[in-house]
Design a protein around this ligand. Structure first.
Ligand code: NCD
Ligand code: ZN
Length: 346
């Protein structure tokens, strides 16, 4: 049995770092294991212009502990007012790696998102021309659509029409949660990738709802039934280059989660690699963990994989903290519900 696994240093292709004291508290949890991450722009107010992204990037680097190396890959939050020229310049300079589409009201801090997709057509055409990826939060917000169906309906109503209307647009379907999403990605050879989170490879909706409501398993898109989780595991462990890791680690302080109207978001930065090793080992796919966590993402984003490596070591169950202390209160760490035997060698 493999007891050690050395892989290229991983990257996280979908991460929430927040700002201020929360940023300072959570950034080391990612930077310890990951070389780079795509930084989500859903601050309040959101990161909408190149100047906003430059300022936010500077705040992230200022919060980084001196002994850690980490490169934030910035994104812009697409609004109906986004200026195609601003996007083009920010992408050309290397400041911005992608633009993020949130349907208005789809998730945490998405009030400034897009309502009328015709209004962003010009930006999307510019992005297609320069090869700037569009990261998509793939859920419709129509109140008539059941929350468990919102991803599947988004594919038909929004994503497929956008991809047809703007040929050549490179799209990342973020935090895939359904077999429908996996099938859609598999059916489209070019220009389409998908991130899969750590927690969606592990939990189902039962984790949220059975035996009492568990706010720390609540995120968006919400976890679905086991059939969908299993399709995600099959995709992630297949080695297929279109699927790559985006943890969607999304910290909220405990009081905002443990509430009558709790925030959506699961914080998994600290133990993601241990969780993934466990999932991949169970599938007999440890040899494909590197593709998912370290190779497929850079290939999609047209970047070189990291030169450094990390080594995962298997042994007695690893003790992770239940919570990470931050200046805005404790943040509960994702509990996979099984012991974690793999740790990153330091
Ligand atoms: C994210 C957050 O908290 O910012 N929450 C989540 O449940 N994933 C927003 C998002 O990515 O949808
Ligand atoms: Zn997210």
């Amino acid at each position: 049995m493999t007891q050690r696994l050395t892989i290229r240093r991983p990257d996280d292709w979908h991460l929430h770092l927040r700002d201020g004291a929360m940023l300072a508290g959570v950034l080391p949890e990612t930077a310890r294991d990951f070389a780079r991450a795509i930084i989500m722009p859903n601050l309040v107010p959101p990161v909408v212009t190149a100047q906003d992204a430059a300022d936010y990037r500077a705040r992230i680097l200022a919060a980084l502990p001196e002994d850690m190396a980490f490169t934030p890959l910035m994104t812009l939050y697409l609004t109906e007012e986004t200026d195609p020229k601003d996007v083009a310049a920010a992408h050309a300079s290397g400041l911005v790696s992608a633009v993020k589409l949130y349907p208005a009201g789809a998730t945490t801090n998405s009030a400034s998102g897009v309502q009328d997709f015709d209004k962003v057509r010009g930006v999307l055409e510019t992005m297609a021309g320069i090869g700037c990826p569009l990261c998509v939060h793939g859920e419709v917000t129509d109140p008539e659509v059941d929350i468990f169906d919102r991803e599947a309906v988004f594919i038909d109503r929004v994503l497929d029409p956008i991809r047809r209307a703007v040929p050549g647009l490179r799209v990342v379907m973020e935090h895939l949660t359904t077999a429908d999403g996996v099938d859609y990605v598999r059916a489209h050879e070019t220009g389409l990738g998908a991130t899969i989170t750590t927690h969606h490879l592990i939990i189902t909706r039962n984790h949220i709802l059975v035996g009492g409501i568990k706010p720390h398993y609540y995120c968006l898109p919400v976890a679905k039934r086991a059939r969908h989780r299993d399709a995600l595991v099959a995709a992630a462990t297949s080695g297929d280059a279109r699927f790559f890791l985006g943890t969607d680690s999304a910290p909220h302080s405990d009081p905002t989660k443990e509430s009558a109207c709790g925030c959506a978001g699961i914080f998994s930065a600290t133990n993601t690699l241990s969780c993934l090793a466990e999932v991949f080992e169970r599938e007999g796919a440890l040899d494909r963990l590197e593709a998912f966590a370290s190779l497929n993402g850079p290939a999609f984003y047209r970047l070189a994989p990291n030169a450094e490596t990390i080594t995962l070591v298997k042994g007695a169950p690893v003790a992770f903290p239940d919570k990470i202390a931050t200046g805005v209160g404790p943040v509960t760490l994702f509990d996979p519900g099984f012991p974690l035997h793999w740790r990153v060698e330091r």
